[in-house]
Design a protein around this ligand. Sequence first.
Ligand SMILES: [Cu+2]
Length: 134
Amino acid sequence: MKTKVVAIMINCIFAVSANLLSAQNAAHDMNGHNMNMNQASKSAKQAAVKTDSVKVMGNCSQCKTRIEKAAMSVIGVKSANWDKQSKLLYLVYTGDKKTTEVQKAVAKVGHDTGPYKATKEAYNALPGCCQYRD
Ligand SMILES: [Cu+2]
């Protein structure tokens, strides 16, 4: 009987210390994360943020997802938003001008943009609803 009580107490102590440990780890993670956030905002302030827009051919919301994903794959691009109506891809980026790199990436996935045209293969690989050429 006595040993059972002791065993339960030991179990309780283990449970409590396990909880404490995981709470400490969580606090640690949060601190680490906060530090990274501060570093990120610091470097963002150092590198000027620029905005640009380029015309990109496309039709639908699937095109939008594909175009934005390709644009975001370019290092330094912070946001990409393609407007279906105007066909304009709005970019926010840091560092050197990114429009050429973005246009190349977008053309690669099948969307004509300015002087950069999708290859026949890339274009033909698009779903039917996305094929914007006449
Ligand atoms: Cu589409």
